[in-house]
Ligand binder design. Structure first.
Ligand SMILES: C[S@@+](CC[C@H](N)C(=O)[O-])C[C@H]1O[C@@H](n2cnc3c(N)ncnc32)[C@H](O)[C@@H]1O
Length: 381
């Protein structure tokens, strides 16, 4: 077997294991409930009496999990279509697979439900306004409709998640491509973007697995409907999603007019690689618009070689790579897949910045080592 076909086999095996994890969602989620019921059954009689309502709550939660489970076969039915080289979706039963791997993946299924809330429900509108709006406004202002044929302006959204940001940009007439490497996201975004035809067609329970910090069980059982809009981009826009690692998929220099990143740059073990790549693929004069925190995703992973520079250092790197900083704001209040009813509310004070690859590197009066802008001043702007 040559290296190429062994790589393809590995990819296929991974794809099938993701399908398997999706399929195990119901069984695994219900077995978690079973464990709670067993725990309850083993309590002293009077505790059980006092916790009667909790037992009833678990029954209601079970119904919501059943409803989430009904949605999964619909998504998987067309999952094989997400790649041109269509895979078969026949998978071995998950009892034959490594249960540890399945339960790790289960977190990913649960986070896809939350991401559906963020990207494609009315309840997610506030989060989208906080996170996506500053990005749209910047892009739309740089390429006004009366001066540009937006269908010729190429915008790339790496780490596109379920695709809403990329879809919105494409809906305004741009050629826009989302890129994503997480198969759980890719399978569900394919479903939303290609197969959802009615507003609010589906109902899901994004936080049904959050057993902590609930004032009442109804908060855990909060449901959302999706999609809040029919995801059909305007006919003349070029909208697409690509699957794969951003660092590997994009290799051509000077290709994109704009790169838009939202809650993405902290997903790299080495953020410098992302910055260099964005610089490489932008056309001279091209724009990079970023919003998000620095929740370095690999930071606590034992076997990952992660670096976690502060924003101050990230800014220095951005300038050393060659970017000109045009805008930099801090303290943007932003949420991420937040249950508005939870007693625990996470809010990021995100950074928002806009920088440009100089049109002509020769004319760029930058000291390549020290960068163009005063680093400290970018914090006060
Ligand atoms: C925190 S999520 C943000 C998703 C979306 N931009 C949003 O704001 O909702 C980051 C996304 O980037 C994806 N991602 C991380 N590293 C990536 C890489 N190297 N190539 C492509 N996608 C990546 C993750 O799978 C995840 O979906």
């Amino acid at each position: 077997m040559n290296a190429e076909s062994s790589g393809a086999n590995e990819e296929r095996a991974y794809f099938l294991s993701v399908l398997s994890t999706f399929r195990s969602y119901r069984e695994q989620s219900l077995s978690r409930i079973k464990r709670k019921e067993t725990c309850l059954d083993n309590l002293p009689y009077h505790h059980k009496q006092w916790l009667k309502k909790y037992k009833e709550d678990l029954e209601e939660i079970t119904k919501c999990i059943e409803k989430n489970s009904e949605f999964i076969p619909l998504v998987l039915r067309q999952a094989h279509c997400i790649f041109e080289n269509a895979y078969s979706t026949e998978v071995p039963s998950h009892s034959e697979q490594n249960v540890g791997t399945l339960s790790e993946g289960l977190d990913k299924v649960q986070s896809v439900f939350k991401q559906l809330m963020r990207d494609w429900s009315s309840l997610g509108a506030l989060e989208r306004k906080q996170c996506y709006q500053p990005i749209f406004e910047e892009i739309f202002a740089n390429y006004p409709e009366d001066k540009f044929d937006r269908s010729n302006i190429k915008v790339l959204v790496p780490g596109a998640g379920l695709g809403r940001l990329a879809f919105e940009i494409a809906s305004r007439g741009f050629f826009c491509q989302g890129n994503e490497f997480n198969l759980f996201m890719l399978i569900v975004s394919f479903f939303v973007l290609n197969l959802c035809k009615k507003v609010d067609e589906y109902e899901i329970y994004p936080w049904i697995h959050q057993y902590c910090n609930n004032l009442k069980v109804e908060d855990q059982m909060l449901s959302v409907r999706f999609p809040d809009v029919i995801p059909t981009p305007t006919p003349d826009s070029g909208f697409s999603m690509t699957a794969g690692d951003f660092l590997e998929v994009y290799t051509h220099s000077d290709e994109w007019h704009c790169v838009a990143t939202c809650f993405f740059i902290d997903c790299a073990p080495n953020v410098v690689q992302f910055i260099e790549k964005i610089y490489l693929i932008l056309k001279p004069g091209g724009l990079w618009v970023n919003l998000g925190p620095l929740l370095y995703h690999y930071s606590d992973m034992k076997n990952e070689k992660s670096v976690e520079p502060s924003f101050q250092v990230v800014m220095q790197v951005i300038k050393k790579v060659g970017f000109e900083l045009e805008k930099c704001e801090t303290d943007l209040k932003t949420k991420y897949c937040q249950n508005p009813k939870s007693m625990l509310q996470y809010e990021y004070d995100s950074v928002f910045f806009v920088c440009r690859k100089p049109i002509s590197i020769d004319n760029h009066e930058t000291d390549p080592i020290n960068g163009y802008c005063d680093i400290e001043s970018s914090f006060s702007s």
